[in-house]
Design a protein around this ligand. Structure first.
Ligand SMILES: [Zn+2]
Length: 241
C-alpha cells in the first residue's frame, strides 16, 4: 500500500520528535505536526505518547476537527486542536511544535518582561511574541489545555501572523513553513529565553530592533538545514548533548 503522504515527511516528523526531546524542548509531553501536502486540510501527528519514543507506526492523520481520517485506532493528543486551528487559520504554516519548555514559561507569566529577540539566531521572534491568556476568553478555573476548536481558534487568532505564541502558565507554540524550520525555531526560542533571562539578571539589556530581527530571520531561514543535519545524526547515533 502506498503510504500517504510521502514517506519522507513521516520520517522527518519522527526525527523532529526525537530531536525536540533530545534538545529538552519536549519532555514526556508536547508534540510536533506537519500539514499533509497531498491533502492540505489534514495533518500528521503522532498518537498520544512521549515524543522521544515516537516511530513511523505511531504517526496518524487528522482533519481540522481533530478526527482520525485513516481510522488508525490510535488515541490522539488532547491538544490536537492547537494544530488543527492554526493550520485552518494560516495557509503559510506547514509545521507546528507545541511544548511546555521550562526556559520559556517565565515569560508567559511575567508581568514585567516579554520574550523578544535578543540574539541573531532568534530573529523569527519578530517585533512581538503574543501571549494567549485563557482567562481573557472566559475560561475561568480551566486546566489550561487547548482541548477544543473554540480554544484552538482563540489561540490561532492571538498568534496572528507571528511565528511563536506563549500560553500563560502552560507553554509555547511555534509555527513554520516546514518541519525542519519549525524544529530550528523551537530550539532557538529556548536558547533565546535562556539568554534573555541571563541578561535580565544583569540589569538592562539591548534587544534586536525589528529590522535586525527581520534581516537575521531571512539569513537563518536559509541556514537551518545545517543544524537539522547535525541533530538528525545525533539522534540516529543515539547521542545526547
Ligand atoms: Zn500543552
Amino acid at each position: 500500500m502506498t503510504e500517504h503522504p510521502a514517506p519522507d515527511l513521516r520520517r522527518d516528523l519522527v526525527t523532529a520528535s526525537r530531536i525536540l526531546f533530545m534538545k529538552n524542548i519536549l519532555d514526556g509531553f508536547g508534540h510536533v505536526s506537519a500539514r499533509d501536502p497531498e491533502d492540505p486540510e489534514t495533518f500528521l501527528i503522532s498518537r498520544n505518547m512521549a515524543p522521544g519514543l515516537v516511530s513511523r507506526a505511531d504517526i496518524m492523520r487528522l482533519d481540522f476537527d481533530g478526527n482520525d481520517v485513516e481510522n488508525s485506532g490510535h488515541r490522539p493528543f488532547l491538544e490536537r486542536f492547537i494544530h488543527a486551528s492554526i493550520y485552518r487559520h494560516r495557509s503559510d504554516v506547514n509545521a507546528i511544535v507545541h511544548s511546555h519548555t521550562a526556559s520559556v514559561l517565565p515569560f508567559s507569566i511575567s508581568k514585567g518582561s516579554t520574550l523578544e529577540p535578543v540574539m541573531h539566531m532568534s530573529g523569527f521572534l519578530g517585533a512581538r511574541v503574543p501571549v494567549y491568556e485563557v482567562r481573557d476568553h472566559g475560561h475561568l478555573g480551566c486546566d489550561m489545555l487547548v482541548r477544543n476548536s473554540e480554544m484552538g481558534d482563540e489561540l490561532a487568532r492571538t498568534l496572528g501572523d507571528e511565528a511563536v505564541i506563549l500560553m500563560r502558565g502552560h507553554g509555547m507554540t511555534v509555527v513554520a513553513p516546514d518541519v525542519r524550520l519549525a524544529v530550528f525555531r523551537a530550539v532557538y526560542t529556548d536558547v533565546n529565553a535562556r539568554v534573555q533571562t541571563a541578561a535580565l539578571s544583569m540589569g538592562e539589556y539591548t534587544a534586536l530592533t525589528p529590522g535586525e530581527a527581520s534581516a537575521a530571520d531571512e539569513t537563518n531561514s536559509a541556514q537551518n538545514l545545517r543544524t537539522w543535519a547535525l541533530w538528525e545524526t545525533q539522534v540516529q547515533n543515539g547521542c545526547a548533548d
